[in-house]
Design a protein around this ligand. Structure first.
Ligand code: B1M
Length: 217
């Protein structure tokens, strides 16, 4: 199989919702010397985009989204452990508290951000999904975090990012932590509007942003 065919098969495994096949292809890609991040973007991630589009067009239904997501997660489990195995740096640039906001259970993108921050020298406290506003605030205080990251995948849950920033203000700790936001519907102008310190469109950019905000790396 050529590299392009392999990427296509990876995308297809997500579109058709085949978790075992996705994991197998991730292994095959590693054995062929492909980069984990390129496989995520050009292979499996391309498949997720198609699944999302088919869902939006009414051709796919919720179970198709669920099984497509499962396939993507199986691939990420393989590629994430390879990224961690390759981890070069053991230094800690800073502490990041991160989660998907209240009412939102999308975790794939957030997990990718978590993995890349961890392998790039950040200590990450992952609160998971559907995180209450007050849980973010409590964890920032508890860990004395340098950065708070919030992911939102739904237009209806994006406002939670702004609410949490407001709550940081009210708790008197807004200046003690940098806030970064992301997720498919989130934009730079939304980040500006809610007073976040930074926005990144993808996980690689989130690492660069975190380093820039802390002046490290
Ligand atoms: Co949902 N879903 N979903 N879904 N889902 C979307 C987001 C949607 C766009 C699909 C569509 O209609 N085309 C649509 C949202 C519409 C909108 O609000 N505008 C949608 C909907 C409507 C829903 C439900 C409401 C469906 C329903 O029940 N009727 C429901 C909501 C549930 C809830 O959260 N309360 C729902 C449920 C689900 C599943 C559970 C089935 C599943 C998630 C499974 C899981 O995560 N465990 C799911 C999936 C898989 C998707 C799509 C297809 C894929 C999302 C994904 O994982 N992408 C999605 C369509 C799409 O996005 N094209 C869709 C891959 C991932 C790598 O990308 O998360 O964007 P992403 O992350 C990127 C960047 O955004 C960025 O970096 C990542 C990678 O580089 N990033 C950050 C993310 N977080 C960041 C944080 C940062 C920085 C960067 O700093 C902190």
């Amino acid at each position: 199989m050529s590299t392009d065919e392999l990427y296509q098969a990876m995308a297809q495994s997500v579109i058709e919702g085949e978790p075992e096949q996705a994991a197998r292809l991730a292994q095959q890609g590693l054995a062929a010397g492909l980069e984990p991040l390129t496989m995520i973007e050009e292979g499996f991630g391309a498949g997720v985009e198609v699944v999302g589009d088919l869902f939006a067009q009414g051709e796919y239904f919720l179970p198709d989204l669920v099984i497509g997501a499962k396939a993507m997660q199986e691939a990420l489990a393989v590629l994430g452990s390879e990224l961690r195995r390759r981890q070069e740096t053991r230094r800690t640039y800073g502490k990041v508290v991160i989660g998907t906001v209240q009412g939102d259970i999308h975790e794939i993108g957030k997990n990718l951000v978590v993995t890349l921050l961890s392998v790039n020298g950040f200590e990450v406290f992952d609160l998971g999904v559907d995180v209450l506003d007050e849980t973010f605030i409590a964890e920032v205080k508890e860990t004395d975090a340098d950065i708070l990251g919030m992911s939102a995948l739904l237009t209806t849950t994006m406002p939670a990012q702004g609410r949490v920033i407001q709550a940081l203000e009210e708790a008197g700790i807004r200046n003690e932590v940098k806030v970064i936001v992301g997720g498919a519907p989130v934009t730079q102008s939304w980040a500006d509007e809610i007073g976040a310190d930074g926005y990144s469109e993808d996980a690689v950019g989130a690492v660069a942003l975190a380093k820039r905000l802390l002046g490290v790396g």
